[in-house]
Design a protein around this ligand. Structure first.
Ligand code: GLC
Length: 495
């Protein structure tokens, strides 16, 4: 009996020891995994740092590159494209005009009835999604699709929107890619950005491609203005506030336009406009500088993108890429620190599987136990049972990525203010920046950080003279306004 009892006790003790050893090993494994995760996080945070001194170097570099891009074509990574918009809306524009806005995965068509000096604007819009295969297919396919949607929209014109008899419909075309304009209503595509890639379009005249497609649809419409979204936003912004002197887009892509003195554009060989001014489309998404805080994740994202070596600034700031940067960091954490357990969630290896709106939702999760983060990780990556510690880490990553993007965007705006001589002014000169784009509109951690950084850089006094105003969908109205101010019927009665 005794022997048996001793035996049993020994077996129990041995089992307890083994279990304890397992627990200790498990804990050690967990703690070494966790310290690996912390090391990866810390390294990432350091590489993304944007102290104020660095931001000023970025702002200075932006201003220097602006000069170089204005001096000659190819003088800088910044294309500094001449928009041929030398007169912004006056507020007297009148009549029915159409606008078409193509620049991302969605496109919009608008019908705008401008009421003249009462600035009474009526509008109707229709939105459609560009099927992904058309973004990388042939140019006829893309333009036929767009023209067909436009024709469908035109056919629904109603009594409120009246075209005087015998007139041709006129359109402002917002085409948000880098275009070398040859006049206000013509220009050739330099390259694609934001996931579009249709080689046969490069070097082609964008307006004649659209015009041919409209003809194929039996649509009699004339393009009287071809504008970038930044230029459209600037025009739309100026219509409602005369102090708007620049526009910034923070959406799928990012870019800015501003009003420049025509004589400060050495590469401008045309007639000096009466206004003495010209709107410049900077194409700042292609900005690159040794001062930009780039990480290995950014470099591999770029190398594997459709446009390697291009749009580096855009790739660390804009809505198309922020979620993808997060995915890349999480993938490394899953592989090297088993952040989501022993198996790496397969979706995490799929490029662009984690979109910026998801990142934004996780970043804004204010529940104490981070329920939104938990449900997004489950829904998108199929990861269940995440610890609070893991979820906090995910939020911290969102914070690092968004903060870098927002602070760099602010530095770039300061670069423009510097070029315009508006970064030190203490006079009562008001400077308004019209801002549009889904990232700015929907990601408040981003927009608030951007505005805070502007104040941090400029100081309270100067910052109080600079206003950032939301110009939601301003580029469509802006294009319609520019179509109106360049109408073929200008000067005739009722125009
Ligand atoms: C990309 C385009 C640019 C556009 C911006 C915002 O950077 O190249 O033309 O303005 O996206 O849509």
């Amino acid at each position: 009996m005794r022997k048996a009892a001793v035996g049993t006790a020994l077996v129990c003790a041995a089992t307890a020891c083994a279990v304890a050893a397992l627990i200790v090993r498990h804990r050690m494994k967990n703690s070494s995994r966790w310290s690996r995760a912390m090391a990866i996080l810390k390294e990432f945070e350091e590489k993304c740092a944007t102290p104020i001194g660095k931001l000023w170097m970025v702002a200075d570099a932006m201003a220097v590159e602006m000069h170089a891009g204005l001096a000659s074509d190819g003088g800088s990574k910044l294309k500094m494209l001449i928009s041929y918009v030398d007169n912004l809306p006056t507020g007297y524009e009148k009549g029915l005009f159409y606008a078409l806005d193509l620049g991302g995965t969605n496109f919009r068509v608008l019908r705008v009835q401008l009421g003249g000096k009462e600035k009474d604007v009526k509008q109707q819009a229709m939105e459609a999604i560009i099927p992904p295969h058309l973004m990388i297919g042939g140019s006829n396919e893309l333009f036929d699709f767009i023209a067909a949607k436009l024709a469908e929209f035109v056919s629904s014109e109603s009594g409120d929107f009246q075209l005087p008899a015998g007139r041709q419909r006129e359109l402002g075309f917002t085409f948000s890619f880098p275009v070398r304009q040859t006049s206000l209503a013509s220009g050739t595509l330099i390259k694609w950005t934001k996931g579009f890639s249709i080689d046969e379009m490069i070097g082609e005249d964008v307006v004649s491609e659209l015009t041919k497609a409209m003809e194929r649809q039996g649509l009699d419409m004339r393009v009287t203005a071809l504008v970038n979204d930044t230029v459209g936003t600037l025009a739309g912004g100026r219509y409602s506030d005369k102090d708007v002197v620049s526009a910034v887009i923070l959406g799928t892509g990012t870019n800015a336009a501003y009003v420049e003195k025509a004589h400060a554009i050495p590469k401008w060989h045309g007639l000096l406009p009466k206004s003495g001014e010209m709107v410049i489309n900077m194409e700042w998404g292609n900005f690159r500088s040794s001062h930009l805080p780039l990480t290995d994740y950014d470099l591999s994202l770029d190398a594997e993108s459709l446009n390697p070596g291009e749009q580096i600034f855009e790739k660390i700031i804009s809505g198309m890429y922020l979620g993808e940067i997060l995915r890349r960091v999480l993938l490394r954490l899953a592989e090297e620190a088993s952040l989501f357990g022993d198996v790496v969630p397969p979706t995490l290896s799929v490029p662009f599987s984690l979109r910026t709106p998801v990142m934004s939702a996780m970043h804004h999760d204010s529940s104490p136990d981070l329920r939104v983060v938990e449900s997004k990780l489950k829904e998108i990556l199929g990861v269940v049972n995440t610890s609070l510690k893991t979820r906090k880490l995910v939020v911290e990553l969102c914070h690092i990525i968004a903060r870098r993007g927002a602070r760099l965007s602010a530095a770039a705006i300061v670069g423009i203010l510097k070029k315009q001589g508006r970064d030190t002014s203490t006079e009562k000169q008001r400077t308004v920046v019209a801002m549009d784009g889904g990232l700015y509109e929907h990601y408040s951690e981003f927009s608030e950080r951007l505005e805070g950084t502007l104040t941090e850089m400029l100081g309270e006094t100067v910052a109080s003279t600079v206003t950032v105003t939301r110009a939601t969908d301003g580029s469509g109205i802006g294009a319609a306004l520019l179509a109106a101010s360049h109408s073929q019927y200008l000067g005739t009665e009722e125009s």
